[in-house]
Design a protein. Sequence first.
Length: 165
Amino acid sequence: MLGKKGFVILLILIPFSFGGNAFSQTEKMEKREKIKERIETLRIWKMIEFLDLTPEQSDRFLPLLNHFQKIQKDLDEGEKELIRNLAFVLNEKKTDEKRLKDILDRLEKNRENLVEKRREFVFQSKDILSVEQQAKLVVFEERFAQKLRETIREIKQKPGIGRLR
C-alpha cells in the first residue's frame, strides 16, 4: 500500500503548508493548493502501483478517475457553500424556515448527485478493471485516506510545527 517511502514524501511535503505570519493569506492558500496537488499526485502514483494497472488500463482508467474527481470536487464545494448558507440563515435574528428548507433540499440533491456520480464511476470502471483490481481500489481509497489523516495528525502534534494555517 502506501509504504514508508510514500509517507516520507508526505512528511516532506506537508510541513510546507505550515506558514508563519510573514505569509499573506493568498500565499498560504497557494501553498495549500500546491500541497494538495502533490498529495494527489502521490495518491495517483500509489494507486496505479497498488492496483498493478497495465499501461493500457492506465490510459483508460486515469481519464475516468480524473473526470469523477472533478465532479466530486465541484459537488463538495457546492455542499460547503450550502452549509455556509445554512449557518448564515440560522444566525439571523428571525429564522426563515422556507429558506432553510430550500437549502436543505438543495443539499440533499447535491448529496444524491454525488452518490449517483460515484455509481457511474464504479460502473464504468468495471469495463477497465478486473474484479480483483476493483476490490483493491476500494481498499486503497480507505487506507490512503486513513493513513493521510494519521500522518497529518502526527505532524500537527509535533512541537514547533503548530497547526495548519
